[in-house]
Design a protein around this ligand. Structure first.
Ligand code: SME
Length: 164
């Protein structure tokens, strides 16, 4: 068990995500449990980058997301598909990067300190949407295509490793 917390804040993003990916693969080896995996990824990403909020909203109904494992201040409990950044990513099944949350109509402000955001859809083995990964930053324009690529690869665990 590799128990050290990786601090990747001062690494170039490609290296940061490669290190977190390698660590995650080790830590989650032999695990087939969505909650364990989501909790582990939330912790690694949150303490790796020290963002404001890092966590998952799980698909809880035909058009409903419900908060899952996360690190940070209280997140809103439920989000309907199509609402906010999370609901948009879920409805459109694509990664959404918001450089300035004040310019995203319908942004749901769970924490007023949030200034920018990325939301990545999480798919199961059959291509079904099972959750979204949401990361909020206190700085504007924190996230870019490198974050999208690194995070999409990381949540690819759910399509590749879990049985369902
Ligand atoms: N800002 C998100 C809501 C989730 S919280 O930020 C944790 C949104 O607009 O979907």
């Amino acid at each position: 068990m590799a128990e050290a917390v990786l601090d990747v804040r001062h690494q170039p993003k490609d290296r940061a995500y490669a290190q977190l990916q390698a660590h995650m693969t080790l830590v989650l080896a032999g695990i087939d449990d969505d909650i364990a995996a989501m909790a582990t990824m939330s912790s690694m990403l949150h303490y790796g980058f020290r963002h404001l909020w890092t966590g998952f909203y799980r698909v809880a109904g035909p058009d409903l997301l419900r908060v899952g494992p996360y690190q940070g201040t209280l997140g809103c409990l439920e989000i309907v598909f199509g609402k906010g950044v999370c609901g948009t990513a879920a409805a459109e099944r694509r990664t959404v990067i918001v450089p300035d949350v004040d310019r995203f109509p319908g942004h749901i402000a769970c924490d007023a300190r949030s200034k920018s955001e990325i939301v990545v859809p999480v798919f199961g083995r059959a291509g079904d949407l099972i959750a979204v990964l949401d990361i909020d930053s206190e700085r504007r324009a924190t996230f870019d295509a490198q974050d999208a690529a690194g995070l999409e690869r990381m949540v690819g665990w759910f399509a590749g490793q879990r049985r369902g």
